[in-house]
Write a protein that binds this ligand. Structure first.
Ligand code: MN
Length: 251
């Protein structure tokens, strides 16, 4: 049994509808306790829609940006938006004391992903080692153990803040600080944390080349370098079954 967590604002509602409808339609609900949606700028209508789903709890945040879905790295509004993910994940984990699974709101669930949640590990992070830099991406992560999960989140958030001071010009901090944190933990070996990998192709597939009809449980409509719009992002996988479901979810 675990809780789910994502971050959503009004501009991202089309993605949010896909996320939530596909979670309810395509995964085993008996394993999911509650679904936490961090509100970084939802309208009253958005909240009414989301609350129709039985397990959903809206988490208030300290920001309210309804308009932007512009993922330009230099866009400071967007930056504040994405940085809330780790901070409020930690808060929900601390308050609920139940294993917590974070899945980006621009993801779609295709089938049950429970087999990848492994409570032998304190935390699980998403490996994309086919990538030429930053082997881990913050699009999916799990805290199975409460104390060590909180310890890990504290270390990650501290590393992120340090990176923002060191290299404010980067624009993106979340995944890179995750990588720095993981690498430093392995080198220093001072914390007894059991960290496991899950793989993008299974739980956050972001490129068509890695997509597998059998293995891929979640696809990630990640905004890429050429800044695809919503239509471009949801059609990335050129898959009729996915397209048909999306059509149903967003109308
Ligand atoms: Mn994403």
């Amino acid at each position: 049994m675990y809780n789910m967590f994502t971050v959503l604002n009004s501009a991202y509602m089309p993605f949010g509808k896909i996320w939530l409808n596909s979670l309810y339609e395509n995964t085993d609900q008996s394993k999911i306790n509650k679904v936490f949606i961090l509100d970084t700028g939802l309208t009253d209508d958005d909240i009414s829609y989301l609350k129709e789903f039985s397990k959903v709890e809206i988490v208030a945040s300290d920001i309210d940006f309804k308009e932007t879905s512009n993922a330009l790295p230099k866009n400071s509004i967007w930056l504040q938006h994405v940085l809330r993910k780790t901070k409020f994940f930690r808060k929900v984990l601390r308050e609920e004391n139940v294993p917590l699974v974070m899945v980006d709101s621009d993801c779609m669930f295709l089938k049950d992903f429970d087999q990848h949640i492994n409570s032998d590990y304190d935390v699980q992070v998403c490996n994309r080692s086919y990538h030429k830099y930053d082997n881990w991406i913050a699009s999916f992560f799990v805290a199975n153990d409460m104390d060590n999960g909180l310890l890990f989140m504290n270390l990650w958030i501290a590393r992120m803040k340090k990176l923002m001071r060191e290299k404010p010009e980067r624009g993106w901090f979340e995944s890179h600080s995750l990588n720095l944190c993981l690498n430093e933990l392995r080198e220093e070996n001072q914390h007894d944390l059991k960290i496991g990998d899950v793989f993008t192709k299974d739980i956050a597939c972001e490129v068509p080349e890695l997509f597998s009809e059998e293995e891929t449980k979640i696809v990630h409509f990640k905004g890429t370098g050429n800044k695809l719009d919503f239509t471009g992002r949801i059609n990335r996988f050129q898959n009729d079954k996915i397209a048909k479901q999306i059509e149903k979810y967003i109308r």
